[in-house]
Write a protein that binds this ligand. Structure first.
Ligand code: AKB
Length: 320
């Protein structure tokens, strides 16, 4: 394999699945090596190279680096907020040690760019919750948020001290129809569409007025690629960029679904994830990303709902 290949760590997840497809479309199937802790199957395995990789296994990671000599790495493997709250030690180890392995590899080898996702979980109860600025109080009180904030500091440190070209976005909740999320607090906003089509109703684990920032997957992919393609001198933030698409409550997403499926019903049974959501911003100020590399979202809530339902109906052969 030539030296300009891309390695994705965590290709089996919600973002990894779609990012792999996008990057293979852009650079060629053979150039994008998809890895995951579990063997990858389906179109991702049929269309290009795949490997099993637990990023905590440094020896296996070294073998893969030696074999493929990637010049870019997208390191996506992590435990998300809800799962990490249930397994805090594993959350810390996977999210931190995995990042160290990748940053050290970039420092030691000829790897020109690293992408690492951060999250709105870096903010906490004392952060301004409306239009949360790029720079403000950050006091996350979830394990996931703590690892993301520590990871951001590490990324900036490796850029400053070792010249590692690492780029990052603080994703809000990601919503897409191609792949399922797993272990996040914002996952309800994906599940609700599936349940709306299958059952006509949904029981939400957050309260009706819990407002959170969200981003539709096509916008998330565009943001990620635009950031990675931007000239290095434009990237002024080496911790992680605020990026936003829309903000809504469960009540508002339900109303947008009702515009398409009039009989849709929602009920509420908040659980431990409510506390996580309560510590996060309601909306995000992404002015710095807009200024530095031209970020602009395309989808609002109703446009996303229309597109999600259209594609899910097509995929499941459901008539409207
Ligand atoms: C989660 O809910 O844990 C993630 C996130 C906001 O980072 N979707």
């Amino acid at each position: 394999m030539s030296t300009d290949s891309i390695l994705i760590i965590g290709s089996g997840g919600q973002l990894g699945t779609e990012l792999c497809e996008t990057l293979r479309g852009m650079y060629g199937d053979a150039k994008v090596v998809a890895t995951d802790v579990r063997p990858l199957t389906g179109s991702i395995a049929e269309s290009g190279p795949t490997e099993v990789l637990d990023i905590l296994d440094k020896q296996r990671f070294t073998e893969i680096l030696d074999q493929y000599k990637p010049t870019q790495i997208y390191h996506l493997a992590a435990l998300l907020s809800a799962t990490a709250e249930r397994q805090p030690k594993l959350g810390w180890t996977l999210n931190m040690d995995g990042l160290f392995h990748v940053l050290d590899a970039a420092k030691e080898r000829n790897i020109s760019k690293i992408y690492w996702p951060s999250s709105i979980a870096v903010f906490g109860p004392n952060t301004p919750r409306d239009q949360t600025p790029q720079h403000c109080v950050m006091d996350p009180n979830t394990i996931y948020g703590i690892t993301k904030l520590a990871g951001e500091r590490y990324c900036e440190y490796y850029f400053e001290k070792h010249g590692v070209d690492v780029r990052s976005i603080r994703y809000p909740g990601l919503i897409g129809y191609k792949s399922a999320p797993g272990g996040g607090t914002t996952d309800y906003a994906v599940d609700i569409y599936h349940q709306a089509l299958q059952q006509g109703k949904y029981e939400c684990f957050l309260s009706e007025d819990t407002e959170l920032p969200m981003l539709y997957m096509p916008d998330a992919l565009r943001a990620t690629i635009n950031l990675m393609e931007a000239p290095a001198e434009n990237i002024k933030i080496r911790s992680s960029y605020n990026v936003a698409g829309m903000s809504f409550t469960p009540d508002q997403i339900a109303a947008s679904i009702r515009n398409e499926i009039p009989g849709f019903e929602i009920s509420y049974a908040p659980d431990y994830r409510q506390q996580i959501a309560n510590s996060w911003p309601k909306s995000i100020d992404d002015g710095t990303a807009r200024m530095d590399w031209g970020w602009k979202p395309e989808y609002d809530l109703q446009a996303m709902t229309g597109d999600m339902l259209l594609h899910l109906r097509e995929m499941n052969s459901i008539k409207s």
